[in-house]
Design a binder for this molecule. Structure first.
Ligand SMILES: Cc1cc2nc3c(=O)[nH]c(=O)nc-3n(C[C@H](O)[C@H](O)[C@H](O)COP(=O)(O)OP(=O)(O)OC[C@H]3O[C@@H](n4cnc5c(N)ncnc54)[C@H](O)[C@@H]3O)c2cc1C
Ligand code: SF4
Length: 550
């Protein structure tokens, strides 16, 4: 290998977390190499893939599957990549391409509640974070300004902020307006905070309400990891796609000295650096650490206390579908616009899970069509029933909290991918705490349907929890190395120059989507590294990053 692959920082993973951290480091003048397992993709090609897909409601179908960087696929059937060790399935969905999984996210960008970070002190369950909400506030703000987060501060007092939302709220779809009007005053329905343009921002247009947010926004009104990569490269980051990192190498002082990667032909390369940041998501990051065994670290890098991969969480969902007594026509506007937030906190959290109630606005045309065809309904009867369901069907789901439990974890399976790398294995259960929240929600489901004049109520079965793809906890930060993987700044307890950025570092799940928190904590990590290395106060560093979205 003729080339010198070396940089101040080596970032592994080009998803939204890795790319924005790399961007911020490059803007501060550092040399950065970003290694990405998957191929480059263009939005135009992804859009064409979507339009040509026979399975448009399959959100993974536009995204290329690479044998050298496999990801889980569940339609038309499970590809078996993520090995399920039970007892409950954890069908995580993520994308291994340049830009990562937020190519097809719903762009919810909630802040945690301050109490989500003090679960042990307040409620005697879960853990406390090693940092406070107030410490993270400027980094949340920085992330929101880059991503162009839209929201209303009046509607969201539960997550206090020192500065306004960068963008005003996105227009409320008709169905959500009817929910807001008919559920008040019993249930305040609020607009979700979202990385979705309510006006032109970052050179991208405002949301035009086409209801295609997942699998891909046709006009790029949502922020995503692809945009973060563009910003990182423009700032000077060197991206190497199709670089599957399979081992981290350490020296005799336990410092990481190199990342080894395979190209698609299994040719191996060695990349050296001063500081390493693993940002390959909540499953692939712990997998890489577990793969990186040595004589001194037989259980893998950063894993001297067997904590890597443990405390896996998500936000399981149960739901109710019903037919409203008026025509609301879901499908106009974004897919996931509104929620009820009042059940996200309270003393009950000592006993059962908090939750958010989330209203879908996904058009019912596709799902109803499929159902009717399966039932053998055709002709005028088909049209009548399709119109009825498309106009009146509504759905409300829980977004439940999961506690960090060490037995819920990612390990290595004995199955190997095309490069001979062990596939990840997941051990997961849904405990009584989370099930208690799901039971509690049923009375609210029923009452919401009642207030909407609902008929034909269809609850999901008690043991049918859907995944929400928020892979938290597997690289938890904490003050105690016996129960966490990294410290409050994301630094591995075992390795001075190794840091983690991503949802895996979040020690509790709360009741909101986790990416914004992961990016904010990542910015706090980067600010700390820069401060430590250059003696610049972290508050100033936090301010230098803003601008990728403007
Ligand atoms: C359908 C769907 C909807 C979602 N909606 C929301 C939402 O509304 N709000 C929200 O907060 N979150 C949402 N999420 C979750 C969100 O997408 C993730 O939290 C987010 O992508 C995490 O960012 P990341 O950068 O840590 O990981 P990723 O985006 O997964 O990126 C990780 C990158 O690392 C690369 N990589 C992996 N292994 C290696 C390796 N060995 N070597 C080199 N590179 C590697 C991958 O190829 C990938 O590009 C959603 C997820 C899905 C699937
Ligand atoms: S509703 Fe349409 S324009 Fe708006 S974010 Fe979703 S896909 Fe993009």
């Amino acid at each position: 290998m003729a080339e010198n692959l070396s940089a101040d920082f080596v970032v592994i993973g080009s998803g939204i977390c890795g790319a924005l951290a790399a961007y911020k480091l490059a803007r501060a003048g550092a040399s950065v190499i970003m290694l990405e397992a998957g191929p480059r993709v263009t939005r135009a090609q992804l859009l064409a893939n979507f339009r040509n897909s026979p399975r448009r409601s399959d959100w993974m179908s536009p995204y290329p599957f690479s044998p050298w960087a496999p990801h889980p696929v569940y339609k038309p059937k499970d590809n078996g990549y993520l090995v399920q060790a039970g007892p409950y399935p954890y069908p995580a969905e993520y994308i291994r391409v340049v830009g990562g999984t937020t190519w097809h996210w719903a762009a919810h960008t909630w802040r945690y509640l301050p109490n989500d970070m003090r679960m042990q002190s307040l409620y005697g369950v879960g853990v406390d974070w090693p940092c406070t909400y107030d410490e993270l506030d400027p980094f949340y703000q920085e992330a929101e300004e880059i991503m162009g987060v839209a929201g209303s501060a009046e509607e969201h007092p539960e997550s206090p902020r020192s500065k306004p939302f960068p963008l005003e709220p996105v227009a409320e779809p008709w169905a959500m307006r009817r929910l807001r009007e008919r559920l008040q005053p019993e249930y305040p329905v609020v607009g979700n905070t979202v990385a979705r343009n309510s006006r032109t921002f970052g050179g991208r247009p405002a949301c035009c309400g086409s209801n295609n947010c997942q699998p891909i926004c046709p006009v790029d009104a949502q922020y995503h990891g692809g945009l973060a990569v563009d910003a990182a490269e423009a700032a000077g980051v060197r991206l190497i796609p199709n670089a599957v990192v399979y081992r981290l190498e350490h020296d005799e002082r336990d410092r990481i000295v190199a990342a080894h990667y395979f190209d698609p032909d299994k040719q191996s390369y060695r990349v050296t650096g001063k500081t390493f940041i693993v940002a390959a998501n909540g499953i692939e990051s712990p997998k890489l650490l577990l793969l990186s065994t040595s004589e001194r670290f037989p259980n893998g890098i950063a894993n001297s206390r067997d904590m890597v991969g443990r405390h896996l969480m998500d936000h399981p969902s149960t739901s109710l579908t019903f037919d409203a007594d008026e025509e609301v026509w879901l499908g106009r506007g974004p897919q996931s616009p509104s929620s009820i937030n009042t059940l996200r906190d309270g003393p009950f959290r000592a006993e059962f899970s908090a939750y958010r109630l989330d209203f879908t606005n996904i058009s019912r045309v596709d799902s109803t069509t499929q159902r009717l065809l399966l039932d053998g309904v055709y002709g005028p009867e088909f049209e009548k029933r399709l119109r009825y369901s498309a106009a009146r069907e509504m759905n409300v789901k829980t977004v439940l909290e999961v506690l960090p439990r060490p037995e819920n974890r990612i390990t290595l399976s004995d199955r190997k991918d095309a490069l001979g790398i062990p596939q990840p294995q997941v051990h997961y259960a849904i405990d009584a705490y989370t099930r208690g929240g799901a039971q509690d929600a049923k009375k609210h489901f029923t009452r919401i349907a009642e207030l909407m004049g609902g008929t034909n109520l269809r609850f999901t079965p008690d043991d049918a929890f859907a995944n929400n793809q928020h892979i938290c906890g597997t690289l938890s930060m904490g003050n105690d190395p016996n129960t966490s993987v990294c410290d409050r700044y994301g630094r591995a307890h075992d390795h001075e120059n190794l840091f983690f950025i991503g949802t895996g570092v979040l020690p509790t799940a709360g009741t909101c989507n986790s990416t914004l928190a992961a990016v904010a904590v990542g910015f706090w990590t980067v600010a700390h590294i820069l401060e430590e290395q250059a003696g610049v106060p972290s508050g100033k560093r936090a301010a230098t990053g803003a601008g990728a979205g403007t």
